[in-house]
Design a protein around this ligand. Structure first.
Ligand SMILES: [Zn+2]
Length: 199
């Protein structure tokens, strides 16, 4: 059977649903409230969920040595450092480097930079909006051809190259009415841009 896995991504329903959850940012006094879920979403999006234990371990603590982090979370020191630096690249953590007086080497002491979370969430949200807009623009300005078994979907120019034959199953591709895709994307975009209005 031809790959069905692509079918979902065309309507993007899974991805979009996920971003909806993330970016219904709750505001308190005009400020985005930081909660566990928001932290999880931002860290997962930017670094990956494997960094979550580190973030939640550092949360509420101050200047924790990377060796302690590694030990407490039962992680390899290299792995721990790697994740910490990746978090640092997004400013999610900060560090202070100090020479250990006894051992003579340098140790980094880490802090969770919690106040960055709302800013990063907004940035991610804006990126998603931009992507969605671009995608919508593509849908609006192109004619799409699709195989009956849904293993291929492409724009007209590409379809010509294939002689309108699906490169997976050989079936002739038909012009696809993408009105619903456009509606779907427009709706999601609206929700993302005005989360408060969604009831
Ligand atoms: Zn096909």
């Amino acid at each position: 059977m031809p790959a069905k896995k692509n079918r979902l991504s065309w309507s993007n329903s899974r991805n979009v649903k996920k971003m909806e959850q993330i970016y219904l940012l709750k505001k308190k006094n005009g400020k985005i409230s930081i909660n566990k879920k928001l932290i999880e979403e931002v860290v997962t999006e930017l670094v990956g969920d494997e960094a979550l234990p580190i973030v939640f371990y550092l949360k509420g603590k101050k200047k924790i040595s990377e060796f302690i982090v590694a030990e407490e979370l039962d992680l390899e020191i290299h792995k721990t450092r790697n994740l910490l630096y990746r978090l640092y690249e997004h400013n999610i953590v900060t560090f202070l480097r100090k020479k250990d007086k006894i051992k003579g080497w340098y140790i980094c002491y880490w802090d969770f930079n919690e106040k960055m979370i709302p800013e990063l969430a907004l940035k991610i949200k804006q990126n998603k909006i931009n992507k969605l807009k671009k995608r919508l623009e593509q849908e609006k300005s192109n004619t799409f051809y699709m195989c009956k078994s849904a293993c291929a979907r492409m724009i007209f120019d590409k379809a010509i190259e294939y002689n309108f034959k699906c490169h997976e199953c050989g079936e002739i591709m038909q012009e696809q009415d993408n009105k619903r895709t456009i509606e779907f994307l427009t709706e999601r975009l609206k929700e993302l841009e005005n989360p408060e209005k969604k009831k």
